[in-house]
Design a protein around this ligand. Structure first.
Ligand code: SF4
Length: 420
């Protein structure tokens, strides 16, 4: 996690009305030089200031096209403020021109899943797994796939080892591409394994959809177990040899909170209802396989939103994804008589994403406008030096191979690139 300096007290003391007024004023001052992106999992207080609301990759792609459109009209976008988490800002930086600065309002807004796969652990795992397989007489290729919810460094590792990124909506296509040989067509009789980073649940659900027996032909590599002295990340040489998919031991701390029991409770409470009155359970594939298996439907954030928007009046839905999105959709759908609730009553919120709040948003906008307050100068002052705070910049040596991994995904899946 990156270190975020504390905000001057005045920002934390402001009431909602004042924050809204000041943020609106800064947006007006910066005009078309500024784009604010809001992820679906953000709070309503934050997303009301966003120019665009969406999932991670779509927002970055949208930002890139807005930058190009405004350039064609003669206006240069200078700043993108990404109200999301760190890996999303990295992706936006990689997909937009160098002169655009991408800003994350709070540097401590990371993603616990992305943080579970470090570059060093991935390099070690790659060597350890290859060495074990060689020793067991296995010959073939391992193709790495990383979910876009990963650091730029992991995307770069994957890009430079013949692999690709995937999103939750195109993981099936990327998986099939890799099983067919990826960048080099699979030779007759050639054995291929996939190393799927960093979300074991999306990897397992995707492998299962592809037709792989996940009990027999997947195994989990856990770098923490390697650190604790287990040589193969907790897997055995036999499991690695038999695995068609090696799953990284990462998970989303939000989606892991949905449990099979939550599905069972709904089914049990509605067992006497006619089919037409029963709740449809709709979950994200970052949920564990047992939950996905017990659900009626599973899919990406965009899939979830579209299904709810298309739902029949009177229908009932229990949704297994982040609480802010579910609450927003419940509100929107209530007007059409569609009943939407979260699958579990526990606090399924992305706490790191929630670190982005109005005070932090105002603080970075104040920096861009050269206005604001400080602990030394608590009254609002004008005419300071404009400075871009919290810029996220991906190193050029990382950017190239990471873009290769993103590019392979887009090339082999077309437009269907909705992320988490
Ligand atoms: S919801 Fe999960 S995967 Fe998405 S940003 Fe939060 S921790 Fe990461």
């Amino acid at each position: 996690m990156l270190w975020q300096p504390s905000l001057p007290d005045a920002y934390l003391a402001m009431c909602d009305e004042e924050l809204v007024a000041r943020i609106s004023d800064r947006r007006a001052r910066l005009g078309d030089r500024l784009v604010i992106l809001g992820h679906h999992y953000q709070t309503d207080e934050v997303v009301r200031h966003a120019d665009f609301l969406g999932d991670s990759l779509k927002l970055s792609q949208l930002a890139a096209s807005v930058v190009a459109d405004r350039a064609a009209e003669g206006t240069a976008v200078e700043h993108i403020v990404f109200c999301g988490v760190h890996f999303m800002a990295e992706t936006a930086d990689m997909l937009t021109p160098d002169q655009v600065g991408v800003i994350l309002p709070d540097l401590s807004a990371g993603c616990s899943m992305a943080d579970m796969a470090t570059y060093e652990d991935t390099v070690d795992a790659w060597e350890i797994i290859h060495a074990s397989l060689k020793q067991s007489g296995w010959e073939g290729r391992i193709i790495p796939i990383t979910y876009v919810n990963s650091s730029a460094a992991i995307k770069a590792f994957v890009g430079s080892h013949g692999g690709a990124c995937c999103t939750s909506s195109n993981a099936d296509q990327v998986f099939a591409w890799a099983m067919n040989g990826g960048t080099e067509p699979r030779k007759p009789g050639e054995d291929i394994k996939i190393l799927f980073l960093p979300d074991q649940h999306l990897g397992r659900n995707t492998a299962s959809d592809y037709g792989i027996d996940v009990e027999q032909n997947t195994c989990v590599y856990d770098p923490r177990r390697t650190h604790r002295g287990e040589p193969l990340g907790g897997a055995s040489a036999f499991e690695l040899h038999n695995a068609v998919t090696i799953l990284w031991a990462g998970h989303c701390s939000v989606h892991k909170l949905f449990r099979p029991e939550h599905c069972d409770e709904i089914r049990a409470s509605e067992k006497d209802l006619p089919e037409s009155e029963k709740t449809t359970i709709l979950v994200h594939p970052e949920c564990c396989k047992e939950v996905v298996d017990k659900s009626d439907l599973s899919g990406s954030t965009e899939f979830i939103i579209n299904r709810l928007r298309d739902a029949e009046p009177g229908s009932k839905w229990a949704v297994g994804t982040e609480v802010h999105l579910v609450a927003r959709m419940a509100n929107e759908c209530a007007g059409r008589g569609v009943h939407v609730r979260i699958l579990s009553d526990c606090q399924c919120l992305c706490t790191t994403m929630s670190r982005i709040d109005q005070p932090h948003l105002l603080w970075v906008l104040d920096g861009l406008c050269g206005v604001g307050t400080s602990n030394d100068q608590p009254a609002e002052h004008e005419g300071g030096e404009a400075k871009a705070r919290n810029i996220i910049r991906v190193h050029p040596e990382v950017r190239g191979p990471a873009l290769l991994a993103l590019g392979r995904m887009l090339e082999h899946t077309g437009a269907g690139a909705a992320a988490d």
